[in-house]
Each structure stands twice: as structure tokens, then as C-alpha cells.
Design a protein around this ligand. Structure first.
Ligand code: ZN
Length: 290
């Protein structure tokens, strides 16, 4: 039988076959191979107890992408959450999320949360940086503003949410799906008992066919494991100009007749994005020098 892992908890993988949900163990062979089933995996399974809805995972289908922290697979879309205030937006972190999502080959949307308490114009600033590159949604996890619009781009896709701590990821997830506990705050952590107290990964179905990964984690990403050459293509607006530089191996730092720097001077590439590109490039260089 085939199914999708929709939840991983205490050594069990809950496999949804479309008809039933089975609590499955993973065959020992995975452990020997160093493979762990992830939420989002498409798997083959064998039923061991039909009545108790128990089984074994016998094979994991090839993944389109996967992440270790949190352990999820087959992400189709990333929603990167930025907060307009408290905390102020951190474009370094946002751009790391974005580069990783580009590397994983997913679709990308950006949600700006907490615009209601933005006194510094951060909302407009973020929009000026990102709205030409990605779809940007203004949402409020608190009031529910913009969530219906956001929901429409989640339809029929599997979306993971990423955002630095404090940006309000769990309120947005809760607004989209009332059962989604996400990272429960300290208060609810203490008061809620039972299934919501354990930090685990789960895939929630929305009524429009969309699915959202409810996970702790994704509060930080390492710099992408892309090569120096690849990195420029993980910034779509830089990639657009990269082929027009004088030198084929231009890294757009200080080379002559660099089309990327010319675009930067014209304002076609934002300074903030360009700086993120440079700092990620630096980190990749450092990593490679070991
Ligand atoms: Zn260049």
C-alpha cells in the first residue's frame, strides 16, 4: 500500500493512505542505511494489524527535497514570514531562508506579519525590497487580516513556514488551521495537556486541498550549501543580470563591466539583497577553504 507520512511522533510514523491512517514503525533496514522517514515522505507500507491500524514502512520514495531540522520532505512551497516590528525585520535571515528555498526548488511567498504595530515604515521597506521578486502578503496572525488571501496560494500545495523566532509563525499557522499548535508559547505549553504538549512534526490539511507542515524549527537556516557559482542563481534578480557581465566567472564583487553592479547602481537590484548575496558568498568561500 502507498501513503504519505503526515505525522512523526515517538517513533511512530502516521501514514495516510487516502482512506485510513496507519501508525507505522520503520523497517530496521532504514536505520542500517542511516535513513529516517520524514513527514511529507511518500512511502510503501505493509499493514500488520488492520484492526489497530498498524503497519510497517517498507520503502521511502525518492524525495524532491528534504530538510534535517525540522525533518520534513517534499516541500512544494515555502512561506517565509517576516515581522514588520517586534522584532524588526532581519533581511540577513530572510535572505538565507529565501536562498535555501530556491536551492530546494520550491515556490516561495513572503508574509509580512505584525504590520499593525509597525511605526517605522518597515512594511513599506520590506515591500520595496521583495515585491518585485516574490509574492508578498500582508498578514496579521492576531487579527486574521490577509489570511484568506494567503490561503488561496496554499491551495493544492504543500507549504512549510519559515521565520525567525518572534515573527509570529504559530499565530499565523493557528489562524490557517485551528488544530495547528506549532510552537506553543510558554503559557499554553503549561496549560495544554495531551497531544499538543509534545513538539512534533505534522502535516495539516486545509479545506482547499492545501497542506501545511506544522513544525517547530525553521527559525534559522544555515547558509545554503550551494557553490559560489550557484549562489547568484538563488537570487532571481541577480541571476537575471549575471549572464551579461564581461567575465563568465564574474562574482559581481568588484570586477569590471559587471552587469549586476550596474543594475545595483540603477536601483534594479536592492542594496540589502546585494549585501546578503555578498555575505552569503563570503560564508561559502570560508566554508570551502577548510
Ligand atoms: Zn558581474
Amino acid at each position: 500500500m502507498k501513503g504519505t507520512i503526515i505525522k512523526a511522533l515517538s517513533g511512530f510514523y502516521y501514514v495516510d493512505t487516502g482512506e485510513e491512517i496507519y501508525a507505522c514503525r520503520a523497517r530496521g533496514i532504514f536505520k542500517n542505511q542511516g535513513i529516517k522517514p520524514y513527514v511529507g515522505d511518500e512511502v510503501d507500507m505493509e499493514v500488520t494489524h488492520e484492526q489497530d491500524k498498524e503497519g510497517f514502512i517498507t520503502a521511502i520514495n525518492e524525495r524532491k527535497n528534504s530538510f534535517i531540522r525540522p525533518p520534513i520532505a517534499n516541500v512544494q512551497q515555502f512561506a517565509v514570514i517576516a515581522s514588520a516590528a517586534r522584532p524588526d525585520p532581519n533581511t540577513d535571515i530572510i535572505d538565507k531562508f529565501l536562498a535555501n528555498a530556491e536551492k530546494a526548488g520550491t515556490e516561495i511567498v513572503i508574509c509580512i506579519n505584525k504590520t499593525d504595530i509597525d511605526k517605522k515604515g518597515n512594511t513599506e521597506w520590506l515591500k520595496s525590497i521583495y515585491s518585485d521578486i516574490y509574492r508578498v502578503f500582508i498578514v496579521s496572525g492576531k487579527t486574521g487580516e490577509g489570511l484568506e488571501e494567503l490561503k488561496s496560494v496554499l491551495a493544492g500545495k504543500r507549504t512549510a513556514f519559515a521565520g525567525a523566532s518572534g515573527v509570529g509563525k504559530s499565530t499565523i499557522l493557528n489562524g490557517l488551521h485551528p488544530d495547528a499548535p506549532a510552537e506553543t508559547g510558554s503559557v499554553s505549553e503549561k496549560t495544554k495537556r495531551g497531544r499538543h504538549t509534545t513538539r512534533h512534526v505534522e502535516l495539516f490539511r486545509l479545506d482547499n486541498g492545501g497542506e501545511i507542515y506544522d513544525t517547530p524549527g525553521f527559525t534559522s537556516f544555515e547558509t545554503t550549501d550551494a557553490t559560489e557559482e550557484e549562489l547568484q542563481h538563488l537570487f532571481p534578480e541577480i541571476s537575471r543580470f549575471a549572464g551579461k557581465c564581461r567575465f563568465d566567472n564574474c562574482r559581481h564583487i568588484a570586477e569590471p563591466e559587471c552587469a549586476v553592479r550596474q543594475a545595483l547602481d540603477r536601483g534594479d537590484i536592492s542594496i540589502s539583497r546585494y549585501e546578503s548575496y555578498l555575505s552569503q558568498l563570503e560564508e561559502i568561500k570560508e566554508r570551502n577553504s577548510y
